[in-house]
Design a binder for this molecule. Sequence first.
Ligand code: NDP
Length: 290
Amino acid sequence: MELIDGNLIASTIVAELKSQVAALPGRRPCLALVRVGEDPASVSYVKKKEKTAAEIGIESRIILPPVTIPQADLEKLIDDLNADPSVDGILVQSPLPKPLDEHAVFSRIAPHKDVDGFHTVNIGKIAQEDDTGFVACTPAGIMALLARSGTDLAGKHVVVLGRSLIVGKPVGLLALQKKAGANATVTFCHSGTRDLPAITRLADVLIAAIGRPEFVKADMVKPGAVIIDVGINRVTDVSKKTGYKLVGDVHFESVAPLASKITPVPGGVGPMTVCMLMQNTVKAARLARS
Ligand code: NDP
């Protein structure tokens, strides 16, 4: 069994992006990070993004509207960033506090600056196999982990557990694309799927993104399968100072000995998300210059 080390792969990509940015003509790429309110998790995510951007040489512009900002004002702020030629990418940190309409805000971002890849146009471009779009960071990270761990999907049966718009659907569509590294046969499973273990046992590559702690057990996995565990779940653990630990959607202890390759939680898919955001920002900067 080989452990797919997301921290190592992410740091390699960060180093590559750093040299790509150094070679870009003109000004540095610029990422606008919009965080509404003071939600502690959002504060820490935005800090991490700012730190990684600085490491690569990407300028971050941090915008901190108050939690009381009206929807119309937030949309006006996005319009201004869309029109600002010195901004390459825009990220609005999710979740937005209520009653703000997150979908309307994400849809307001110009598709060519939508480095989070949540805009309908960018989701559609995955289906059209149009590489000029931006792929959402988690599915992009999963594909990068597979490619860089030497897992060619061609002709393989990829089973995706979960059909969310930010993980399950896009990653399945990416695996399905008629392209090098992809070209898989893809099955999507969800809460309405009958006899799930019979399907997951057919998977050469199993991607679990359901948000159910340690749901995938050994009897659901084919020996030799590649396992990508996207889940991040907090479960009570009184032995920890925090009182909880993080586990994936896969029961690592029983599944790892069967797998040919597997991602740990934490340290697998998680670290890839921020570096894919940076990759998208560098791509946006490059497209803006071409
Ligand atoms: P969602 O809640 O949006 O979607 C979950 C999906 O899983 C749904 O399609 C749902 O089916 C399906 N599902 C739920 N329970 C079952 C079940 N018992 N059997 C089969 N299918 C089931 O979750 P996300 O896609 O946003 O996230 C999934 C997991 O990935 C979470 O743990 C999340 O924390 C993690 N995550 C990790 C990231 C990272 O960077 N590593 C980034 C994003 C998410 P249905 O459609 O029928 O309801």
